[in-house]
Design a binder for this molecule. Sequence first.
Ligand code: SF4
Length: 399
Amino acid sequence: MTRTDPDSCPGVLRLHQAADGPLARVRVPGGRLSPEQLHALAAAAVDLGDGNIELTSRGNVQFRQVRDAATLTDRLTEAGLLPSATHERVRNVVASPLSGRLGGWTDVHPLVPALDEGLRAHPRLAELPGRVLFTLDDGRGDVSGLGGDFGVHALDENTYALLLAGKDSGVRVPAAEAVDLMLAAAHGFLELRDGQWRLHEIPDGGARLTDHLLATRSGLDASAQPLELAVHEDIPIGWLNQDDERVALGAGVRLGSLPARTAEFIAAVERPVFVTPWRSLVITDLDEWAAEQVVRVLAPMGLIFDANSSWLLVSACAGMPGCAKSLTDVRADATEAVDSGRVVPTGAPQFARERLDAEDVVAVGRQHWSGCGRRCGRPKGSVTDVVAGVDGYRIVPAE
Ligand code: SF4
């Protein structure tokens, strides 16, 4: 696939003109937010946006209906959330959210600032399309299945597999060289691309980039047996005991839209928070008493700590009024479906249906609601589609 148009991914310095007003996307490498940064985001959502912080499938955040882009830029810069004007849109880095706290072979989070700084240090890497994605998986397999362009996947405490276009390249690399190799891969992609936005859009892109790396860097080989990478569907929700006897809380966010007031409460807990690529949060490093208080206060505000909640099965695109292409307000319809018990937990068979009024949609298991056939924001993996058309909703069962 050769593209002739530049990618149109929004940033803070390049807003997207959505149907409901300007939209700004803020990159959050590794999803990590300090309490001060979360506070700054919440304040910006109230003062300059629609009052909500939207979580994206890359662990970034965005504001809708932005009123004053210059002030937003100043505030985010002051909060350390906009460290580069030239590279802001290429800082798409997801990392295993629980890494270093529980599970996994190693802690990948220290690699995130190193990768981010390395990206920003190379002027040429500002030419990367805003759609590229870096993944850092600590071996548990939660983010390697997201189909990143360049990634590393821990095999033990000191060895990573290099992933290209979402697949194992067969290259193995010591931890100390992992960031450098991902940056080299990003440079190699720029050499190979002919307008493509993603590595997988280049015919044999992963294999060609592997060959490029083998030819340009000494000491590499690609002879390892490739890993099979699966999409991870168990998102961290609820009470999670960290290895250091503290507690992390996984919190689902309804349709990925976090009200600023809820964000303020989370920021007041004064602990690191991770935005996950599943449009949820992980609040970390709590003692048991604090964790109990967080659940007691924030569950009634709508955060989801129950892994069996139907809300965790449902995602939706922007829909009407945010998207001019939308045929209906899918988020309102999806919300009504959850509230009225028409989101059925997994187990029952799902049948294809069409020409349904919103109140007649009953869908099973993980489901994505879309305001048109483009199905923006659809999660990876086995997902039933609920798609608005001119003659009603269509249900397309997961494959
Ligand atoms: S799926 Fe269609 S309606 Fe929904 S955001 Fe994308 S283009 Fe808009």
